[in-house]
Design a protein. Structure first.
Length: 128
């Protein structure tokens, strides 16, 4: 694996493909995922149009393989699917079956060759 990766970069509402992005370093509870396919959704397009003042790598829906997982090495090689919402699973909204509407969620951004997927071990990722 090289020391750099590529990603679709948004800066001041202008898109570019960068090849100089650092590979994320996963924490002890994270999984490092090599992204094979990334989706473009309406949220990405709205960011380009100026919906929210965001600069950085776009994307949050992806398919890939786990390449590193300190907490559970058996996950290395598994295919995973990720999406933007990482629900807390503890609040009344989550328990009512509406995890994408919780205020206790985390957001991931991953239109990259490599991505860190947080909270891999609490059921937020699907494996195939």
């Amino acid at each position: 694996m090289s020391e750099k990766m590529q990603g679709v970069w948004l800066q001041d509402r202008k898109l570019s493909l960068r090849h100089d992005l650092p590979i994320p370093i996963p924490g002890s509870n994270d999984a490092l995922v090599k992204v094979h396919l990334g989706g473009i959704c309406a949220t990405d397009l709205e960011m380009v149009r100026g919906y929210y003042p965001f600069n950085g790598v776009l994307g949050h829906e992806f398919v890939g393989r786990v390449v590193d997982c300190q907490r559970d090495p058996d996950r290395v090689g598994q295919r995973v699917v990720g999406e933007i919402n990482m629900a807390c699973k503890e609040c009344p909204t989550c328990r009512a079956g509406r995890p994408t509407h919780t205020f206790g969620r985390d957001i991931i951004h991953t239109r990259r060759r490599i991505a860190v997927h947080p909270s891999m071990h609490n059921g937020n990722s699907q494996q195939q």
